[in-house]
Design a protein around this ligand. Structure first.
Ligand code: GLA
Length: 384
């Protein structure tokens, strides 16, 4: 067996979004945090001159000859190959490598398994090339990999928080200018609360048509608003009154999508203030209002998710519950008093099983570090 010349490792977490969904592609606000699930990317020298992509979860290896330019193949490896292509476009030279992915971020659950793979791959490949990039550049490069190579029209939230998050805090991100603020999770009553993610096990895929359709409907509405109010840069600036003033010129769908996004941006900022005050009741109410808006106006929920939210709200100790992430399945995020967490998870799973015959999973999560903070810790170690 040929000797391994070099092996570089990087780790990137998944994320849960506390509030602010579908706001990140029209200049709005989001408030996600990184979660303890993570992807590890390991890059080693390839000895046969090819570029190889392997996964602990999938048996099919992808091999790319050094003189070919790979195209999307519709499989798991596209995310890492897309990142490699973006690095190449940036002039990052990479000698033949074998990249292996492993980890425990639930797939297709709306917890950013894709961004986790992209960001872990980006850091491991950069390390292998002996290069580094600012956090923001890493996040943007990974988003481009997903938009341009994989073909998912996602915004910047996932890649940004997976890269930049810090333990113990949620991250308030302005997706227009990528300015962000860390919001501690432990102020006041929040110290007594836990974030519980409930996985409906209904698979979500943002490369599927619904996400793109909602996005187009929203952008069509935004175009009407920007025409009427020339001072607006994007929907992130718009008020509900302005959105209402444009309703007659929009399709019914665009009216609803804009109403969700404009009201959601306001809720994110209110949730940030409530978190800073440590007001769990207010945070919970905003989460629940956000869910109603996603269900009724953005129409990105499904029956299983609505059931999880309604059931959660009837269980002791639950301050708020909502669909998190892209929607059309996936997970809910719940704010629950720590003393009630076990009974909450049991009750939710039991009722879900009796209603749908499906085993939901519950994950009690603390806010963890993003990939950049983990890289700093790996610096100087034997990671490469
Ligand atoms: C997916 C996308 C994000 C964001 C969310 C919805 O996770 O990747 O960019 O749009 O959906 O908030």
């Amino acid at each position: 067996m040929a000797a391994v010349l070099k092996a570089c490792v990087a780790v990137a977490p998944g994320r849960v979004n506390l509030i602010g969904d579908h706001t990140d592609y029209t200049g709005g606000y989001v408030l996600p945090m990184a979660i303890p699930f993570a992807t590890e990317a390991r890059v080693e020298t390839s000895h046969d001159g090819t570029y190889r992509f392997c996964s602990a979860k999938f048996s099919n290896e992808r091999v790319v000859a050094s003189d070919t330019v790979p195209a999307k193949c519709g499989e798991w490896s596209d995310y890492a190959v897309g990142v490699w292509m973006q690095l190449r476009a940036k002039g990052v030279e990479l000698q033949p490598f074998c990249l292996t992915l492993s980890g425990d971020v639930p797939l297709g659950a709306g917890l950013s398994s894709s961004a986790s793979v992209e960001v872990a791959a980006a850091y491991a490949l950069l390390r292998y090339a002996g290069r580094s990039l600012p956090e923001r550049e890493v996040a943007l490069l990974c988003q481009r990999a997903e938009n341009e190579f994989v073909g998912s029209p996602c915004g910047i939230m996932d890649q940004f928080v997976v890269t930049t998050a810090k333990a113990g805090a949620a991250l308030l991100l302005n997706t227009r200018d990528l300015q962000y603020e860390l919001v501690p999770m432990l102020n006041g009553q929040l110290a007594q609360c836990r974030i519980v993610i409930a996985n409906s096990m209904v698979r979500h895929a943002i490369a599927g048509g619904d996400y793109g359709l909602r996005r187009r409907e929203l952008e069509a509405g935004q175009a009407v608003l920007l025409k009427k109010f020339s001072a607006l840069r994007d929907l992130g600036d718009a008020t509900l009154q302005q959105a209402i003033a444009c309703e007659a010129e929009m399709s019914a769908e665009s009216v609803m999508r804009c109403r969700h996004v404009v009201s959601e941006n306001a809720r994110v900022l209110q949730a940030k203030d409530a978190m800073l005050r440590g007001d769990a009741v207010a945070v919970g109410q905003l989460m629940t209002q956000s869910h109603a808006s996603q269900r009724d106006d953005f129409e990105c929920s499904v029956a299983e998710i609505d059931f999880l939210v309604e059931t959660a709200m009837g269980l002791q100790g639950c301050y708020g519950a909502r669909l998190t992430g892209g929607g059309f399945g996936g997970c809910t995020v719940n704010l629950v008093h720590r003393d009630d967490v076990d009974a909450f998870c049991d009750g939710l799973k039991q009722q879900f099983l009796s209603r749908f015959g499906l085993e939901a999973e519950c994950y009690v999560c603390e806010a963890t570090d993003g990939a950049a903070a983990r890289q700093d810790r790996l610096q100087g170690s034997a990671a490469c």
